[in-house]
Design a protein. Structure first.
Length: 401
């Protein structure tokens, strides 16, 4: 089976890791794959090296990147049409919003020229979504209308959590339930699951005390992550835990604004900005509490990776977060935008080492099997086989599960 996978860019984050692991696993089972991606934006961390290390075939279409540009997007669409007609894949699977729109339009152009037995299965994965929290109301409406139209030319829509499926099917009415399926993320967690207490940390080079409580954030510095609320919460918490630190791993357009906020709140001596880093094991060994303050999320990869490393997690109860964390057992959930509740959770866990370790152990056990990359490949292999047979009329239609 030949699979053409399309994603906007291989930047630091969950979707890039997901598509590389997926193509690597499918190729080990005899699939032919081609991963098409766009250009990394300035200031973003790159994971393009992961595709090179996995030795999976890739093709870069620069205009496929994240930024919207009428002329550039038309060029990207034309190039995608050319690639699809050349490859004639069995499956066209798109990931992320812009790549999902252009890729599905290109797939439709291909499929209308083919008889039923030669058409491509069209699949789209919502890793998160831009249906709420990103735009003003009028733009939100246009985005939802566009996604509903694209869903009509999509054979299967993959959601990565039950909450996200409810958003797609019920809350925003993007696609019918029969054409949606839940396939959770798959990640390479084994190095973190087996991480030992002796794992080297970054505390020495960062000037952090060996017993100082360290709160860590890993991810993009983007508005949807609501990092000002995280910094405000830390400013409240540090009054009760004056030896605490906040470590910010990542980057983005908001970094100058966040650094200015840290200075205004007189936290410069307690906050460290590290930029992008691929040394995930050392980062997880350094922090005591993983923090997530987002206003919207699909399934946050950094949170799952911290849980695999046995770290306590405090996160906002948005999107698919509650599908990963059981409040009070595998982590702590707080309302979005509530700096005081976030701070209270930081203080409680910083002062209670036993509670931190209890949450961390339960978190590690919880994610070990649920998010293994082997399970992801199994799930997608079954989906492709069954849905393609239905698409080409080899079996009668059924209901997605």
């Amino acid at each position: 089976m030949k699979v053409l996978r399309i994603i906007a860019r291989l930047n630091t984050g969950g979707p890039a890791r997901h598509v590389v692991l997926l193509d690597r696993g499918l190729r080990a089972r005899g699939y032919q794959t081609l991963l098409v991606h766009g250009r990394i934006d300035a200031g973003e961390g790159s994971l393009e090296h992961l595709a090179d290390e996995a030795r999976i075939p890739t093709l870069r279409i620069p205009n496929l990147g994240r930024r919207l540009s009428p002329l550039g997007d038309l060029r990207a669409l034309a190039e995608l049409v050319r690639v699809i007609f050349h490859e004639a894949p069995d499956v066209i699977h798109t990931h992320t919003a812009k790549a999902g729109a252009l890729g599905r339009l290109a797939a439709f152009t291909f499929n209308v020229t083919r008889g039923r037995g030669r058409r491509s299965l069209v699949v789209h994965t919502f890793h998160g979504h831009v249906l709420a929290g990103y735009f003003r109301p009028a733009m939100n409406l246009l985005v939802r209308l566009a996604e509903r139209s694209l869903a009509k030319i999509t054979d299967r829509i993959v959601t990565i959590s039950p909450a996200q499926r409810r958003d797609i099917v019920t809350r925003f009415r993007i696609a019918p339930e029969r054409r949606t399926v839940i396939i959770p993320l798959g990640l390479e967690l084994q190095p973190l699951l087996s991480q030992l207490q002796s794992q080297p940390t970054l505390r020495g080079e960062l000037g952090l005390g060996i017993d100082d409580p360290v709160i860590g954030y890993v991810g993009r510095f983007a508005p949807i992550k609501d990092l000002p609320t995280l910094i405000e919460a830390f400013a409240i918490a540090v009054k009760d835990i004056p030896d605490a630190w906040l470590v910010m791993v990542g980057d983005g357009a908001l970094r100058p604004e966040l650094e200015s906020l840290v200075q205004r709140t007189k936290l410069s001596g307690r906050v460290r900005f590290l930029g992008w880093s691929n040394d995930l094991a050392s980062i997880c060994a350094t922090i005591d509490i993983c923090a997530l303050s987002s206003l919207n999320e699909g399934t946050p990869v950094a949170m799952i990776e911290a849980m695999a490393a046995g770290k306590a997690v405090v996160a906002t109860n948005v999107g698919g977060v509650a599908d990963v964390i059981e409040d009070g057992r595998t982590g702590v959930l707080v309302p979005p935008g509530d700096a005081q509740r976030l701070a209270d959770a930081f203080v409680r866990l910083a002062k209670d080492r036993v509670a931190r370790h209890r949450l961390g152990r339960a978190a590690r056990d919880s994610v070990a099997a649920r998010f293994a990359h082997e399970r992801l490949v199994d799930d997608m292999d079954r989906l492709y086989a069954s849905a393609l047979a239905e698409k080409r009329g080899l079996v009668t239609s059924g209901t997605a599960s």
